[in-house]
Write a protein that binds this ligand. Structure first.
Ligand SMILES: [Zn+2]
Length: 221
């Protein structure tokens, strides 16, 4: 799948499990985890869809989080594992799903540019946007919350580079959802950066501002 399909399916799986287990999920973290396995595209030493797409490796890595956070870790585990258990299994293939126990390749190998895969990505994207709007999750992205800055990772590592033609060419069909996600996340990042800069300026120069007379009247007195 392309970045859009992974983000949408991760969001849907995270949302569904958080509802089922009555857990509040951190949406930017869920979105980030949904595409983290593809970080192997950016690391030349790693084979694409190799160990980062292994259910065994990811489950072992998640054990400390399950021990610490118990059922609160479920939406994040679901967002991370859907990437290869559903997304790349259908629209990718060639995954070392059970690395390191065996290094065989698994997947339907439908191809990311197959019309079925692209239609599925559009359906998942539409569903994800509808959930964001219906549950007002979209508003949380525009509120001051430092965790929204996590979205800068999917935007800078996969969404924007994918639109530039690297590492994968996005078919014209899928450009609109990529642009919509990129725009929503970029607005969220910008608003939070501005808020952070404002707080920093207040901390650095706040005392000088307070030492100034509040008004001319105060000066004359
Ligand atoms: Zn992948």
């Amino acid at each position: 799948m392309f970045a859009v399909g992974h983000l949408a399916l991760g969001h849907i799986c995270g949302f569904a499990t958080s509802k089922a287990f009555k857990i509040n999920m951190n949406m930017p973290l869920v979105l980030l985890l949904s595409m983290i396995p593809d970080i192997d595209i950016l690391i030349p030493q790693l084979q694409h869809r190799g160990p980062t797409h292994s259910i065994i490796a990811v489950t072992i890595l998640f054990i400390p989080f399950f021990v610490t956070y118990k059922k609160k870790a479920i939406p994040y585990f679901a967002a991370l594992t859907q990437h290869f258990l559903i997304g790349d299994l259908i629209g990718g293939g060639n995954m070392q799903l059970f690395w390191p126990i065996n290094t065989q390749y698994y997947g339907m190998e439908l191809g990311v540019k197959n019309p079925i895969n692209m239609t599925l990505e559009w359906v998942l994207f539409t569903l994800s946007i509808l959930i964001m709007l219906k549950t007002n999750q979209i508003a949380t992205l525009f509120k001051p919350d430092h965790s929204n800055l996590l979205l800068s990772i999917p935007v800078s590592t996969l969404l924007l580079p994918t639109l530039r033609g690297f590492p994968l060419d996005v078919p014209t069909w899928l450009i609109p959802p990529h642009l919509i996600y990129t725009s929503i996340f970029s607005i969220s990042i910008t608003l939070n950066l501005l808020k952070t800069l404002k707080a920093l300026r207040k901390r650095l120069f706040g005392s000088r501002t307070h030492s100034r007379p509040a008004s001319l009247f105060e000066l004359e007195r």
